[in-house]
Ligand binder design. Structure first.
Ligand code: ATP
Ligand code: MG
Length: 368
């Protein structure tokens, strides 16, 4: 382990489920191997999740609330790091830096900003480890969307020289990375991942997600609703594009409902919608794809995967697990890698994915 650089990656995505933490070793010499040594998942307390959800909407005293939550998140990130390093029997002094994505509460690239909470100075203080954070702002400053940032990492670890692969991350929002052999890598946000299904089951059954899509399979897709959802202009906008809860949320869904629908039928329609937004994006922008690999929590949603397989029957659909990339931790490993790029002074955005005018060194460094 001694001549390898160790980094921690902390990912907390739009699903607002919790923190994915990984310890990653990067070999300094060719072939520059990347090894995930340990992982740890720390779910959010319901009260923290509720506060984060509330902060997605304009509210009284939101600046004050955002700072308090930013501090609370730093405490959560620090405790996730401690638990991770304990699992790995690794001292904090051995870790070069933490790559901490933070928690997005606003993503408005069209207005030139995106906000990820998580007090990185406090995390550096609590953990005793240097922290790289605010990965998205520099890309936005260069005219990009600030998202998605992971395609370049997908390219680095999952590209095949002769097989056309597509990687689909199904988090709160879904994003894909297109890896055509001999051609440049591209990527973009497809639309909603889990977040509409999560919000609907939370509202009707108080559950945080629809396990395996089981509730959705008890309902019937409402064709008129599916058609209305598919008219969303974001889906018909050409990449580069990115999205978030700013667009896809319960208020948006309610604006498409007439009110008399059975909740299970709505859930079935949301699953079909999520599946369609992904399969349409692949069919439209990834012509010739041979293999599709899924990661993110939505890759565990059996009904969703079956629906994708039904639409994309010509391709094999598997989890990134089979490529040696644990589907639950790909994004967290990516943020460890992004931190390593920043610490080394290397650019890490992919202008073909974000739309930035040029490559940039991403992130802000808070020294231990
Ligand atoms: N067995 C399962 N069945 C259905 N959905 C699942 C299952 N397991 C996980 N999920 C979904 O995955 C979500 C968590 O996924 P994940 O952590 O990848 O998303 P995220 O935090 O939004 O990440 P990111 O935005 O970085 O992609 C849960 O909220 C849930 O919706
Ligand atoms: Mg998550």
């Amino acid at each position: 382990m001694s001549n390898q650089a160790l980094y921690v990656g902390l990912m907390s995505g739009t699903s607002l489920d919790g923190i994915d933490a990984v310890l990653v070793a990067f070999a300094p010499h060719p072939p520059h191997s990347i090894q995930c040594l340990a992982s740890h998942y720390q779910p959010y307390r319901q009260s923290l999740k509720d506060s984060l959800l509330a902060l997605h909407h304009p509210a009284h005293d939101e600046l004050h609330q955002a700072q308090l939550i930013s501090n609370a998140l730093a405490q959560e990130y620090a405790s996730a790091t401690v638990a991770l390093l304990q699992t790995a029997h690794c001292a904090s002094s051995q870790v070069r830096a933490i790559g901490c994505h933070g928690q997005t509460i606003r993503h408005r690239p069209e207005l030139g900003y995106t906000v990820q909470l998580g007090n990185a100075a406090l995390l550096a203080e609590l953990s005793g480890i240097s922290v790289v954070s605010d990965f998205r702002s520099r890309d936005l400053a260069a005219g990009g969307q600030g998202a998605p940032l992971v395609p370049v990492f997908h390219d680095r670890v999952m590209r095949h020289p002769t097989i056309h692969r597509v990687i689909v991350n199904i988090g709160g929002i879904s994003n894909l990375t297109n890896l055509p052999p001999g051609q440049p890598t591209t990527g973009f946000d497809c639309g909603p991942g889990n977040l509409l299904m999560d919000a609907w089951i939370a509202r009707h059954h108080g559950k945080s997600y629809d396990q395996d899509g089981a509730w959705a399979t008890t309902g019937h897709v409402i064709p008129a609703l599916l058609r209305a959802l598919l008219q969303e202009p974001f889906l018909h906008t050409a990449p580069p594009k990115s999205s978030g809860r700013d667009l896809f949320n319960l208020a948006w869904l309610h604006s498409k409902l007439h009110g008399g629908e059975s909740p299970a039928d709505v859930q079935a329609s949301l699953l079909a919608y999520t599946s369609r937004t992904i399969s349409d994006a692949i069919q439209h922008y990834c012509e010739g794809v041979q293999e599709i690999y899924l990661c993110g929590g939505g890759s565990h949603n059996l009904a969703l995967v079956q629906s994708l397989q039904a639409s994309l029957g010509q391709c094999s659909i598997q989890s990134t697990d089979v490529l040696g990339m644990n589907a639950d931790y790909v994004e967290a490993i990516a943020f460890a890698w992004l931190a390593q790029q920043t610490m080394g002074g290397h650019s890490a955005n992919l202008p073909a994915a974000t739309g930035a005018r040029h490559p940039c060194i991403l992130g802000a460094i808070y020294q231990a």
